[in-house]
Design a protein around this ligand. Structure first.
Ligand SMILES: Cc1ncc(COP(=O)(O)O)c(C=O)c1O
Length: 383
């Protein structure tokens, strides 16, 4: 038979899936691998979706999304992100943050273009690139996970089209300072680049840090694609709803790709997203406090066990190093699963510079986190 797609064959099977396969059928496993919050989806989102279905909203939705939803997103962008935009031409509703990223790649790149990212970083950035023939250029982060801006400047070539950033970040928990973001924006401007800003964790920031969107910076609106989703703020990963914000030219291209590949997003669920966006954001304060407690607990426990670990500033992940224990992330992840039933993602999943790290998600109940930390401590005592 003829060869199947090389682009798809090249992408490895997700390590996260492999771990879940091992965990299958074991009731004792505690997962610190998950990338979704553990609180229930707020009631208005559920009610909005169900009521829409009851009213017979089962046909195709408008390709770019429901006007009422687009308008609410425009208002949110103005109020929360300081981004001035027009819903009629600059926003598209997508199947989660993932498809917003896919549309960003589809509209920006030609095969052979280079896309820069700080590594480690979110795994999909690498594989979507391979699907579109885009070359990823990884810039190793500093040891505290801050961006190395000198290396960034040196990595820019004729072929560099864009940089993709994600602050707060999965997997490192790093969030840019305003100085860092300003410097990145200057580099982007000086080199005629685009910036893809994945802001799905914008609400998960600790210690009073404030989120900044590059699209709100002077002159950046046409150089920036901002992507976001309903998934993390509303604990609604299964709704598969998100959005992309960009110039009219880019959104027009996105619309074509969207039309011919997915023909829109779930119609009824968009009514759920509408109700969620109408909610007072205060509902999230208690949730953030609880995530902050988990962050402190995990950080303190890992530190006490002797890990080299950076305290996350945002999102719900922490990425300790195992170099001191002379163990790769893969070795640790597979041993801790086999011996102690704790699922943790090996660092190599997130790029070329994190082989000696693992990613721990603390988006799980605090008593489970405590138990998992006890098991990790026992594991090292028994070594
Ligand atoms: C950094 C980052 N971007 C995008 C996504 C995708 O979000 P969604 O579930 O809305 O597709 C995730 C999911 O974990 C993520 O961590």
């Amino acid at each position: 038979m003829k060869e199947l797609s090389q682009n798809l064959s090249k992408a490895p099977k997700s390590k996260i899936r492999e771990l879940f396969d091992i965990a299958l059928g074991r009731s004792d496993v505690i997962s610190l691998g998950i990338g979704q919050p553990d609180f229930p989806t707020p009631e208005p989102a559920i009610r909005g979706t169900i009521e829409a279905l009851r009213k017979g909203v089962t046909a195709y939705a408008p390709t770019r999304g429901l006007p009422e939803l687009l308008e609410l997103i425009e208002n949110k962008l103005r109020k929360v992100n300081n981004i001035e935009t027009n819903w009629k031409e600059s926003i598209i509703v997508t199947n989660g943050g993932s498809q917003a990223l896919c549309l960003a790649y589809a509209s920006l790149f030609n095969p052979g273009d280079e896309l820069i990212l700080f590594s480690p970083n979110f795994l999909s950035y690498f594989y979507i690139a391979s699907f579109f023939g885009v070359k990823i250029v990884e810039i190793e982060r500093n040891s505290d996970f801050s961006p190395n801006l000198e290396k960034l400047k040196k990595a820019i070539t004729e072929k560099t089209k864009a940089i993709i950033i994600n602050s707060p970040n999965n997997p490192t928990g790093y969030a840019f300072s305003s100085k860092e973001l300003n410097e990145i924006v200057d580099i982007v401007n000086e080199n005629d680049m685009f910036i893809i800003s994945d802001e799905v964790y914008e609400n998960y920031l600790y210690d009073g840090l404030k989120h900044l969107s590059p699209a709100s910076f002077n002159g950046m609106i046409n150089r920036t694609i901002t992507t976001n989703a309903m998934s993390k703020l509303f604990s609604a990963t299964g709704f598969r709803l998100g959005y992309a914000v960009a110039s009219k030219e880019i959104i027009d291209l996105m619309e074509k790709f969207h039309q011919y590949t997915v023909a829109g997003t779930n119609h009824a669920a968009q009514y759920g997203f509408i109700e969620a966006l109408k909610m007072d954001i205060k509902f999230f304060e208690k949730i953030l406090k609880s995530f902050d407690e988990r962050r402190n607990l995990v950080y303190d426990r890992l530190k006490n066990m002797g890990f080299d670990v950076v305290k996350p500033r945002g999102a719900f992940y922490i990425m300790p190093s195992l170099k001191k224990f002379n163990m790769t992330g893969s070795e640790f992840s597979s041993e801790i699963m086999k011996k102690k039933g704790v699922a943790i993602i090996p660092g190599e999943t997130f790029g070329s510079f994190s082989n000696y790290m693992v990613r721990i998600s603390y988006a799980t109940a605090i008593d489970k986190i405590k138990e998992a930390m006890d098991r990790i401590e026992e594991f090292f005592k028994e070594l």
